[in-house]
Design a protein around this ligand. Structure first.
Ligand code: PLP
Length: 385
């Protein structure tokens, strides 16, 4: 049987997979089973921040794999607190909890906010407000926080006490937040719905309301974090600091790991037994993440994301049929006036470029942070052709 036949027969059909089998990756390129080269402007959907198989990440994984991959979190291991310190120092948060994915990081964040209100003597404060069009992951609480009914409807009943407001609608946010609000959960830039940056006023209003109501401001930086937007964290564009922040995607340089970071009183809310993950923060994942985060910071890749991202935006604006180009850093969407996104993405794949179509009109570009102007030119030439 071919790989695709095996996949069709034995793997659950949760993904509408395209008919290509990738077997190898290097830098900004992946290669299929026939040795064809593809320029990767999806990068594992914003995961391969340093491109594929970055030598420093590979070295860290290989080295750690030969030393210690896993022990229970009942015992101390060396890489986990080192990674925590690295992230705390870089973000201004105080403490970290490690898990394996973005959805799990958001679960941790929501549990943390819920427990914090109880500890503060307000068990009635249970509501979590998120945005329409948001995406926070696929666990039951994460799809409930995800303000898109299409992801929820097959899985009802959903956990109670979630409310939604249109993204960037300050009046709706003010009208929805109240005495029962436990947390406001937002992406600084909505990714999955087609790259929509928050307005300054919206995030500031969320911050002010959380201060006023004693609620937690949670930023889901699973996609925006670690250089993707041209700053190390998305919130730094706004100067609005969350109480709790979640990371995953780029964190492990391709190796699965998620993190929930918290500051102030939120950093010390969890006690032994409150929350856990068997694999979370294992030495192998943490070693990969230390190598990846260190290289992103020290290698100048955040600045590269900023510069090459601006160039990508300018180049996309010159494409025929463009309605709008939006985004920050290397998290960019091109919206077309006609419903041609899917056919452009399919033709691009044929010609050796991977881009992601969102709906009928939008292409999303989240290439590795190490991408160059020359590779942007190459991608645009393929799309134009
Ligand atoms: N949050 C955001 C903003 C995301 O973009 C995603 C994934 O696309 C998630 C959470 C879920 O992450 P994971 O698929 O690792 O659970």
């Amino acid at each position: 049987m071919t790989t695709i036949e095996l996949d069709n027969q034995y793997v659950m059909h949760t993904y509408g997979r395209l008919p290509v089998v990738f077997v190898r990756g290097e830098g900004c390129f992946v290669y299929d089973a026939d040795g064809r080269e593809y320029l990767d402007f999806v990068a594992g959907i914003a995961v391969n921040g340093l491109g594929h198989c970055h030598p420093k990440v590979v070295e860290a994984i290989c080295k750690q794999a030969g030393i210690l991959m896993h022990t229970s979190n009942l015992y101390h291991t060396t890489p986990q607190p080192r990674l925590a310190k690295l992230l705390v120092d870089a973000s201004g948060m105080s403490k970290a909890f490690f898990c394996n994915s973005g959805a799990e990081a958001n679960e941790a964040a929501m549990k943390l906010a819920r427990k914090a209100t109880k500890v503060a003597g307000h068990p009635e404060k249970t509501e979590i407000i998120s945005a329409e069009g948001s995406f926070h992951g696929r666990t039951l609480a994460a799809i409930t926080a995800t303000g898109q009914p299409k992801y929820q409807k097959a899985f009802t009943p959903l956990p109670p006490d979630f409310k939604y407001v249109p993204y960037n609608d300050i009046d709706a946010l003010r009208a929805t937040a109240g005495e029962k609000t436990c947390a406001i959960l937002m992406e600084p830039v909505q990714g999955e719905s087609g790259v929509h940056p928050a307005t300054q006023q919206f995030l500031q209003t969320a911050r002010d309301l959380c201060n006023e109501l004693g609620a937690a401001l949670i930023f889901d930086e699973v996609q925006t974090g670690l250089g993707r937007t041209g700053k190390l964290f998305g919130f730094q564009h706004y100067g609005v600091v969350p109480d709790i922040m979640t990371l995953a995607k780029t964190l492990g340089g391709g190796f699965p790991i998620g993190a929930c970071l918290a500051k102030g009183k939120y950093a010390d809310v969890f006690e032994p037994g409150d929350h856990a993950s068997t694999f979370g923060g294992n030495p192998l994942a943490c070693a990969a993440a230390i190598a990846c985060v260190t290289e992103i910071i020290e290698g100048g890749w955040v600045e590269n994301s900023n510069k090459v991202g601006a160039y990508l935006v300018e180049r996309l604006k010159t494409l025929p049929g463009i309605k709008e180009v939006r985004g920050m850093g290397l998290m960019v969407a091109a919206e077309f006036t006609e419903p041609i996104a899917k056919s452009i993405a399919a033709k691009a794949l044929d010609k050796g470029l991977i881009v992601n179509a969102i709906g009928e009109n939008v292409l999303r570009f989240v290439p590795p942070l190490i991408v160059t102007r020359e590779l942007v030119d190459r991608a645009i030439a393929i799309i134009e052709y």
